[in-house]
Design a protein around this ligand. Structure first.
Ligand SMILES: [Zn+2]
Length: 279
């Protein structure tokens, strides 16, 4: 499932590939492609020029030369792909955009096998689209407030893994980077946030930022093959994963086999020796 590093990779690719292009045609090709909350059909953005591509957490949006924006969430398996000349369409195209700039034309498709992803036309408040208003800032946001975020974690009395996945405390982290963050911080995923010192919470936020920064540098993790860059290539961070998906493999720090447990309908991978359940 795409998390911040994957969505940021897609954002950077799109910024390079479609900024300055005008939308000549747009089609939604699946009943679940357009979010029900969309204020207008996709064809309403025909004629708009793409000014920029922005992101908060795992939400992505195309800034247009008009008040509305085109928002996208990749869900479990959403992909933005630019089709090369005469390249056949991928199997699960949910929306399609024909773009042009001067005499250059491009076809951008939103491909999504599992159909948990969506696109929508939305208004913004303070530059943030309505569907992302409830999402907290991610650690790469220039206005990210570390102290405020530490306090938000500390005020809760929930498992740290659950807190890391809560996009209203801090956005961007999903299952893969939560497991990697807690492995780096040597914190058991089931420890309660109320049992962690503010210093430890700060360390966890720092490791989350660090691991996602490293993943962005490697274009993200294509662990289950669902995530692809805009040119169709995979990310390469999975080779650097220490805990996620490494069940029974030796911990890179101490050699103890990595364990997998399930809670909150999610699997968590951790080293039982480095990440003990003590305060
Ligand atoms: Zn270990």
């Amino acid at each position: 499932m795409p998390e911040l590093p994957e969505v940021e990779t897609v954002r950077r690719d799109l910024e390079k590939d479609v900024k300055g292009f005008t939308i000549l045609a747009s089609h939604d090709l699946h009943p679940r492609a357009l979010k029900p909350e969309s204020i207008a059909p996709l064809k309403s953005i025909i004629g708009a020029k793409i000014i920029n591509v922005n992101r908060r957490g795992k939400f992505l949006w195309f800034e247009l030369n008009r008040p509305q924006v085109l928002v996208a969430h990749l869900g479990m398996s959403g992909q933005f792909l630019i089709l090369k000349n005469n390249e056949p369409s991928p199997k699960h195209v949910r929306a399609k955009f024909e773009l042009s700039k001067n005499l250059r034309k491009k076809e951008l498709v939103f491909n999504d096998q599992r159909t948990f992803g969506w696109v929508s036309v939305e208004e913004t408040t303070d530059g943030i689209p309505s569907s992302a208003q409830h999402i907290a800032k991610d650690p790469f946001d220039p206005f990210f407030d570390r102290d405020e975020t530490i306090n938000k974690f500390a005020k809760r009395n929930i498992r740290i893994k659950t807190a890391l996945l809560n996009q209203e405390i801090m956005s961007g982290v999903g299952n893969i980077y939560a497991d990697e963050t807690l492995w780096r911080a040597k914190v058991h995923p089931e420890v309660s946030t109320s049992d962690l010192s503010k210093k430890k919470i700060e360390l966890i936020i720092d490791f989350a930022t660090q691991v996602m920064q490293e993943a962005i540098a490697k274009s993200g993790t294509s662990f289950d093959g669902a995530y692809r860059k805009v040119n169709g290539e995979s990310g390469s961070f999975e080779d650097s994963l220490a805990a996620y998906g490494r069940t029974d493999e030796p911990c890179p720090r101490c050699g103890t086999p990595i364990r997998r447990i399930v809670f909150g309908a999610r699997s968590s991978h951790f080293c039982p020796r480095c990440q003990r359940k003590i305060k």
